[in-house]
Design a protein around this ligand. Structure first.
Ligand code: UDP
Ligand code: MG
Length: 312
């Protein structure tokens, strides 16, 4: 049951024992400073360290303000946020990472923007403090994603964001098993806005995304919001066929004018490898979609909650 004026803060937690003791006091004082009711929903995404014990201590000390959803495994950051959304009661829902890379002190500014009438408040990290390769990869992903999805976001990766209740309700209704929440919200937003927010290095603990996990997440983003990659496959196929046809014509003329040729075997091999590479990536792209269809039709639960701590 949504509660008028309430601000819900949803935080996915996966092995964040080093961060949580620093996060909680800062978060609480930022929220207290707003002088309005709030709840903090921690979603423990199968942490194997002491994170859950720490969350439980926060809950014990503030049972009215803190709620915990404990997953029985690691279902991923976006599923954790989905569960948090599903259990949130606020009019305004804020998502925040547990690692303090985005300062909780920015929350009041986001809430203010929603009060001004925006339904989705996105954020753009200023002076982003992440490894160089990640920043570069993000820039590429941001521009490709904007192009193929037709969405307009300057920073897909920043998870400190605000959503109005109606948007979260729509997100709750879209039961996707692989998704990317900022893009999903942007799709349904009527009056979105983006504001700059601070960004810090991860001071405690380590990033939970390995290189391959980041790639998988970006596949989710690109295939989850557009059919363009599939259409690109068709277009590449058509372009290659057209070029090959011209090449056949060229060889035919050459044969008539210059005579038969037997050299250039390695060139031919090289061209062949190139085309094989294109074919394999195209099969891969189609496979990405089929894999997603497969996980949707299997209809396994998207996440499994082991236990909840909630004062009512
Ligand atoms: N996280 C999660 N489940 C996962 C991976 C990450 O709940 O499988 C949480 C993590 O605890 C953190 C947030 O998602 O609160 C962002 O993770 P991280 O800071 O490692 O990502 P990065 O900033 O490196 O993109
Ligand atoms: Mg982080």
């Amino acid at each position: 049951m949504p509660e008028p004026g309430l601000v819900s803060v949803v935080i996915p937690v996966y092995n964040e024992e080093e961060c949580l003791p620093h996060l909680f006091p800062r978060l609480r004082s930022a929220l207290e400073g707003m002088n309005r009711p709030y709840e903090i929903i921690f979603v423990n995404d199968g942490s194997r360290d002491r994170s859950l014990q720490l969350l439980y201590e926060f809950y014990k000390a503030n049972p009215k303000r803190v709620r915990i959803i404990d997953f029985n495994g690691n279902f991923g950051q976006h599923m954790a946020i989905m569960a948090g959304f599903d259990h949130s009661r606020g009019d305004i829902i804020i998502t925040l990472d547990a690692d303090l890379q985005n300062p909780p002190e920015e929350i009041p500014r986001i809430v203010l923007k929603i009060d001004e009438g925006h339904d989705v408040v996105g954020t753009v990290r200023q002076n982003r403090q992440d490894p160089k390769f990640r920043k570069m990869a993000s820039r590429i992903v941001n521009s490709i994603t904007n192009r193929i999805t037709g969405l307009r976001l300057n920073d897909y990766g920043c998870m400190l964001r605000g959503y109005r209740r109606d948007i979260v309700n729509i997100i709750n209704q879209s039961c996707e098993s692989t998704t990317f929440i900022p893009a999903l919200a942007q799709k349904f937003a009527v009056n979105p806005v983006e504001i700059p927010v601070g960004h810090n290095e991860r001071e405690h603990g380590t990033s939970k995304y390995s290189f391959f996990r980041l790639i998988r997440l970006n596949f989710d983003l690109m295939t989850g919001f557009s059919l363009f990659p599939l259409q690109a496959v068709t277009m590449i196929g058509m372009a290659v066929s057209a070029l090959s046809f011209l090449f056949v014509l060229f060889l035919l003329l050459r044969r008539l004018i210059v005579g038969p040729e037997a050299e250039g075997v390695f060139t031919l091999l090289n061209i062949n490898f190139f085309l094989m590479g294109i074919t394999m990536s195209c099969v891969g792209i189609i496979g990405e979609y089929i894999g997603r269809i497969y996980s949707e039709v299997r209809k396994r639960p998207r996440y499994v909650i082991r236990r909840e701590w909630d004062h009512d």
